[in-house]
Write a protein that binds this ligand. Structure first.
Ligand code: CAA
Length: 440
């Protein structure tokens, strides 16, 4: 059966940079090391006043179409994953298609368009939908465009303000993909949760501490479910493990629990037994917190072992390099983590063709999903095409006062005629309600 997976990827970062240890922490009277060491963040990418989920998504999609030489006729499906949608009726994909139709010959009348919502895991769900559409033979030779786009902003004063970000990831899902092929096996951990929600409100209501526990609990369930269908989940089977990354400190916790889970009953647990003992296997536990308590002593020792440190440095750390400088992009986040890992591999001449990634997605509300991917022979060419380093370097570094103005604009507290901080050329810009144009 033909492989299906991600053929190409493009990233668009918000044009503004909020320096977290240098600008944000001092303004909040906080220790900068809470950001750099605790949360693992150096900067957030924020949207300029003319950027929103449509313009960022359309700009990422346009770059992808240009690089791959695509016309609208080549694309049979456009799915947008977002938790920042502003329209409860029309999907954001229609707005993005409208932008793209301004600059390409032809249109997307033939394309099925939709919007996927399940917090941050929706980007992966949209890829799944595209995969299933292609594997079902309904694509008529066309590829699917998946765009994960979000402005991840929190109310001022909310603890989540430290982990903000904005950006879009566009991905082309196709047969015989150049980047990664997707496996059919998946594992899920899903439960009705209320730690993070946005019922008809601009910024989320968040129980931050609980959200961390829910992430870990659902991820553990997804790994267990994945093990029931996949041949193996030995940690050394995977060259990298990109996790959903609201902030790198979250992934530090998830990776440790994931590793503990994967080494159970393997030669690794055996080899570590003299050093740190065998891990407890709490079968029954009252809630997520008591489960974490039951294994805390073991995981504390595990994270200090050379074996774990080496695995983390090889399999996890490279996937966090971009997140440290952009913050949380919600639906795009795990896809930024994958791109970050592959970019690291390219820059360090790692031979990863044919190797497996274990991709661990998560969305509040809550659902975790785990699947594996196989790195394809043309991955280097695809990753070499990314210009994310240039985009990050070109961002305008804003002051705290400018940050407050931009935040107010995106909360619709201010008129959008606040002067932009940057000046893009030949990109889609938000120019007032209903006017989404190309800036010449
Ligand atoms: N030096 C070194 N480390 C420091 C430090 C210092 N001076 N000060 C604090 N730290 C450490 C803390 O010990 C803590 O680390 P541990 O968790 O390992 O103990 C870390 O820095 C963060 O400090 P706090 O816990 O004090 O930070 P906080 O309470 O202000 O906020 C948060 C943390 C609750 C996660 C908050 O950022 C938040 O609400 N974020 C939004 C919700 C979120 O991202 N949840 C993640 C799971 S849900 C999800 O993944 C979906 C999604 O995308 C939102």
């Amino acid at each position: 059966m033909t492989d299906v997976g991600i053929d190409a990827i493009e990233i668009h970062a918000g044009k503004l940079k909020l320096d977290l240890p240098g600008t944000f922490a001092p303004a909040k009277g906080e220790d900068p090391e809470k950001y750099t060491k605790g949360l693992g963040l150096h900067a957030s990418s924020l949207p300029d006043v003319y950027e929103d989920i449509v313009t960022m998504g359309a700009n990422a999609a346009r770059k992808l179409m240009d690089r791959k030489g695509l016309e609208p006729a080549d694309i049979g499906r456009i799915d947008v994953a977002t938790e920042s949608a502003f329209d409860n009726s029309k999907p954001v994909s229609t707005y993005i298609a409208g932008c793209l139709e301004q600059v390409y010959e032809g249109d997307f009348r033939h394309a099925n368009k939709g919007e996927r919502k399940f917090a941050c895991v929706a980007g992966t769900q949209a890829i799944d939908d595209a995969y299933n559409w292609i594997r079902a033979g309904r694509n008529r030779g066309r590829a699917a465009l998946v765009v994960a786009t979000d402005t991840a902003l929190y109310a001022r004063g909310d603890a989540g303000e430290a982990t903000q970000g904005a950006g879009a990831v566009a991905m082309l899902i196709d047969e015989d993909p150049s980047l990664v092929s997707l496996s059919t096996e998946q594992g899920y951990g899903s439960m009705d949760e209320t730690d993070f929600l946005k019922p008809n409100q601009q910024f989320p209501s968040v129980d931050g501490k609980r959200s961390v526990q829910v992430y870990l609990a659902r991820m553990r369930e997804a790994l267990t479910d994945y093990e029931s269908v996949a041949t193996d989940t030995h940690p050394d089977d995977f060259v990298m493990v990109p996790f959903h990354t609201p902030f790198p400190g979250m992934v530090r916790k998830a990776a440790l629990l994931g590793y503990r889970h994967m080494i159970r009953d393997t030669e690794i647990e055996e080899a570590l037994a003299d050093e740190i003992g065998r891990q407890p296997r709490p079968e029954a536990f009252e809630d997520d917190e008591s489960y974490l308590d039951a294994i805390a002593e073991y995981t504390d020792k595990l994270k200090g072992t050379d074996r774990y440190r080496e695995w983390y440095a090889r399999s996890i750390d490279p996937t966090l390099e971009l997140a440290r400088h952009v913050g949380n992009w919600y639906t795009g986040s795990v896809h930024v983590a994958r791109a970050s890992g592959l970019k690291h591999a390219l820059e360090n001449d790692l031979d990863i063709t044919g190797k497996q990634l274990l991709v661990a997605s998560y969305g509040s509300g809550a659902q975790a999903e785990v699947h594996s991917e196989t790195v394809q022979p043309d991955w280097e060419e695809e990753i070499a095409g990314l210009d994310i380093d240039d985009q990050l370097a070109a961002r305008r570094d804003i002051t705290f006062e400018e940050y407050e103005t931009v935040h107010d604009v995106h909360n619709h507290d201010e008129e959008t005629d606040v002067d932009p901080f940057t000046s893009p050329e030949a990109e889609f810009v938000f120019d007032g309600w209903g006017r989404m144009g190309e800036r010449q």
